[in-house]
Design a protein around this ligand. Structure first.
Ligand code: ATP
Ligand code: MG
Length: 574
C-alpha cells in the first residue's frame, strides 16, 4: 500500500505520522476491516520527539519507514505471526541485502513487569539466524515491549535487529490487549514492523552516519559550497569542539529543510500553532544553524532543488509552493534571528563578567516576541554557551506570554486607541504596584497576609492574598493611601541577586521561595518592600501614577481578591 499522509486525517491523538503502523492501528483490534491480511509499505514519518537528537549519527526528523504488517492471525487467511516474520526478516537482511551475518545481532523480550518471556521468539531467533548466544540478547520492558498503554490497545513483545550495533529493524508482535491495567492474551494476533530506510542505507553503504549516504550527499555538498567549510574535514578547524559543532550544523540544516519541504508539500503553512508551528521551528532552527556556519545570505532556498533530484520519480513536489514558503520565512525572520543570536552573544559577555548573571523568562519572551526566536532554540543557544538560566524561566515565560495574549486581545478590541504608551510599560507599572500593595496589606491587616496569586493586564492588576474577612471600607482606604504615599515618596526600586536562603534571611517575601534552588533576584522598594521576584519593574515608584482599588471580593476560602488600577497622577494631567 502507499504511504499515508504525514498529517494523519482521522487521528486527533497525534500531530504527525510517526510510524508505518499508524494508518493501520484499527486493524489490530478490528482485523475484519483490513483490506488484506498482510501489507507492506514505505511510510513517510515525522518524529518531533527526536528533533533534539538530530545532529547525531542516526536520528532524523523526517525519515522513511519500511514496514510489513499482518492482521487477524491465525483466522484471517494470508496472515502470519512470529515464525514467518522472523524468517522473512532474516531472509531479507542476509539473502536480499546480503548483509554479512557477523555484522548482525538481535534482541528479544526476556520477561519483565509480570509479563512472561517471549520464549518463542528467542527460540526462533536461535534456529533461524544460527547466531551465537552472545548476539541474541534478552532485554526488558523498556527495550523490547511495545504498548500504547491505553485501555483496549494492542501491545506485545518485540524483536530488534541491529547491524554494526545500530538499531535497524523493529518487529512488534501484538499478542496482548491492555485491559484494566493488565496485558491479557488477545484472540487475534498481529505483526507490525518498522525499518528505517536511511539507517539501512547507511549500514549498507558502510557510512559512519546517515548524512554520508547518497540520500543526503547532494544537500551536504550544497551546504559545503555555501559555507566554504567541509563536512568531514577537521584540518582547517581551530578546535575539536568547533568541528563537532560545524558538522552538527550541517546535519541539522539538511535534516530540517527536508522535513520542512515534505510538510509544506503536504499543505502545512507556517503558523504559531500545531503543525504550522513545528514547520516554523524547523525553518528557523535551520536558519540559526546557517549563522553558525557563517552563511550570510538567504541560503535555505537553494536546498529544495537538491531534494527534488534525490526523490525524483518517488514523490511529486509542489515546487512553487515550497519555494514561496521557505523564501518568505527566510526573508521575514533571517535578520531578526541574527539579531537575537547577537543578543544572546551579549548575554554571554555579561555572564563572563559576572557569573551570577542569569537569563530569565522575560528575556526569553522578548527574544521570542520581538525577534521570533522560538523558546527551544533560545534555550539551546543559552545552554550551549553555558550561560546561567533562572530556574523558573518557564513559568515567567508563560506569564509573559499570557500577559501578551491579553494585551493583544485588548489592543485588537480597540481599547488602546491612539497608542499613548506601550502595553508592556503599563503592565510593568502594575506589576511593581503589586509589591507596594502586598506590603501595605500586611501593614494594615497583619503579618498573616501572603500573596496567593496575581494577574496583570494593561488595564488593571488583580491580586489574591490570604485573609479570611472582607476588608472594611476604612481598611481599603488606608491601603490605598499608603500605596499612594509610597508612590509620592519616589522610592527607588533596586534589584540584588542572592542565594535563596540569604533572601529569606533578609526578610524578603516570596510565596514561591521553596521552588528556588539557586540564586534569586530580590527587589526592594526603598525600605518598604522586599520580595523575591523575576521582574520587570519600574526604576522608581514615581513612575506609577495614582493607585486606586476598584474591587475587593472573595476569591476562595481564606483568600481575598483585589482589583486595582493606576490612573495618571494629577500633576501629569494638564
Ligand atoms: P531509537 O531507539 O534508535 O530512537 P526507536 O526505538 O525509536 O529507535 P522504532 O520506534 O522502533 O525506533 O522505529 C522503527 C525503526 O525506525 C527503527 O528501528 C529505526 O530504524 C527507524 N527510526 C526510528 N526513529 C528514527 C529516526 N528518528 N530517524 C531515522 N530512523 C528512525
Ligand atoms: Mg526513538
Amino acid at each position: 500500500m502507499p504511504s499515508s499522509s504525514l498529517l494523519p486525517e482521522n487521528d486527533p491523538s497525534v500531530l504527525f505520522t510517526t510510524a508505518g503502523m499508524q494508518q493501520f492501528k484499527r486493524f489490530y483490534s478490528n482485523p475484519e476491516e483490513a483490506p488484506a491480511a498482510s501489507i507492506a509499505t514505505c511510510q513517510k514519518c515525522i518524529r518531533t520527539g527526536d528533533i533534539e537528537e538530530v545532529g547525531d549519527e542516526t536520528h532524523l526528523t523526517f525519515f522513511e519507514m519500511l514496514g510489513n504488517f499482518s492482521f487477524g492471525y491465525p483466522e484471517k487467511s494470508g496472515s502470519y505471526f512470529k515464525k514467518e516474520a522472523i524468517e522473512m526478516a532474516w531472509e531479507f537482511l542476509t539473502g536480499e541485502l546480503k548483509v554479512e551475518k557477523k555484522r548482525i545481532s538481535c534482541t528479544y523480550f526476556a520477561g519483565d513487569k509480570g509479563i512472561p518471556e517471549d520464549h518463542e521468539s528467542h527460540k526462533l531467533l536461535k534456529n533461524v539466524t544460527g547466531l551465537e548466544d552472545a548476539k541474541i540478547l534478552g532485554t526488558g520492558f523498556d527495550e523490547t515491549f511495545w504498548s500504547l498503554g491505553t485501555e483496549g490497545s494492542p501491545g506485545g513483545p518485540t524483536v530488534e535487529f541491529y547491524i554494526d550495533g545500530v538499531e535497524i529493524w523493529n518487529l512488534v508482535f501484538n499478542e496482548y490487549k491492555f485491559e484494566n491495567g493488565e496485558y491479557v492474551a488477545s484472540k487475534l494476533k498481529g505483526v507490525d514492523t518498522g525499518m528505517g530506510l536511511e539507517r539501512l542505507v547507511a549500514v549498507l553503504q558502510k557510512r559512519p552516519d546517515i548524512y554520508q549516504t547518497d540520500i543526503f550527499q547532494l544537500q551536504i555538498k550544497e551546504i559545503e559550497k555555501m559555507s566554504g567549510l567541509e563536512y568531514g574535514d577537521k584540518s582547517d578547524q581551530e578546535c575539536d569542539k568547533c568541528w563537532v559543532d560545524t558538522r552538527k550544523a550541517f546535519r541539522i540544516i539538511a535534516d530540517h529543510i527536508k522535513a520542512a519541504v515534505f510538510l509544506i508539500n503536504e499543505g502545512t503553512d507556517p503558523s504559531n500553532k500545531t503543525q504550522g508551528y513545528v514547520l516554523r521551528r524547523l525553518i528557523r532552527r535551520a536558519i540559526v544553524q546557517g549563522f553558525r556556519l557563517n552563511i550570510n545570505s538567504n541560503f535555505l532556498i537553494l536546498l529544495p532543488d537538491r531534494l527534488y533530484e534525490i526523490y525524483k520519480g518517488q514523490y511529486q513536489f509542489d515546487e512553487k509552493k515550497i519555494e514561496g514558503v521557505i523564501d518568505g520565512e527566510e526573508r521575514r525572520f533571517g535578520a531578526n534571528l541574527k539579531a537575537a543570536i547577537l543578543e544572546i552573544d551579549s548575554y554571554q559577555k555579561h555572564f563572563q563578567e559576572n557569573s551570577s548573571m542569569k537569563v530569565d523568562g522575560h528575556e526569553l519572551f522578548y527574544l521570542y516576541q520581538s525577534r521570533g526566536l522560538p523558546l527551544e532554540i533560545a534555550l539551546e543557544e543559552i545552554r550551549r554557551r553555558g550561560i546561567g538560566l533562572e530556574d523558573n524561566y518557564h513559568k515567567k515565560f508563560n506569564e509573559n506570554s499570557a500577559e501578551h495574549q491579553e494585551k493583544s486581545r485588548t489592543a485588537s478590541a480597540g481599547m488602546f486607541k491612539g497608542g499613548l504608551e506601550s502595553g508592556s510599560e503599563q503592565a510593568t507599572r502594575y506589576h511593581t504596584a503589586t509589591h507596594l500593595l502586598l506590603a501595605a496589606l500586611r501593614e494594615v491587616l497583619g503579618d498573616d497576609v501572603y500573596q496567593k496569586g496575581s494577574n496583570i493586564t494593561t488595564e488593571r492588576l488583580r491580586f489574591d492574598f490570604s485573609h479570611s474577612d472582607k476588608m472594611t471600607e476604612e481598611q481599603i482606604k488606608k491601603v490605598e493611601d499608603i500605596v499612594n504615599e509610597k508612590i509620592k515618596e519616589a522610592l527607588p526600586v533596586m534589584m540584588e541577586e542572592m542565594p535563596v536562603f540569604e533572601a529569606k534571611k533578609s526578610g524578603a517575601m516570596g510565596e514561591f521561595a521553596e521552588k528556588y534552588t539557586e540564586n534569586v533576584k530580590v527587589y526592594s522598594i526603598g525600605n518598604y518592600s522586599k520580595e523575591i521576584c523575576g521582574g520587570p519593574h519600574v526604576k522608581n515608584t514615581s513612575e506609577l501614577g495614582h493607585f486606586k482599588i476598584t474591587k475587593e471580593e472573595s476569591s476562595s476560602s481564606g483568600v481575598r481578591r483585589i482589583k486595582a488600577i493606576l490612573e495618571k497622577s494629577q500633576n501629569c494631567d494638564n
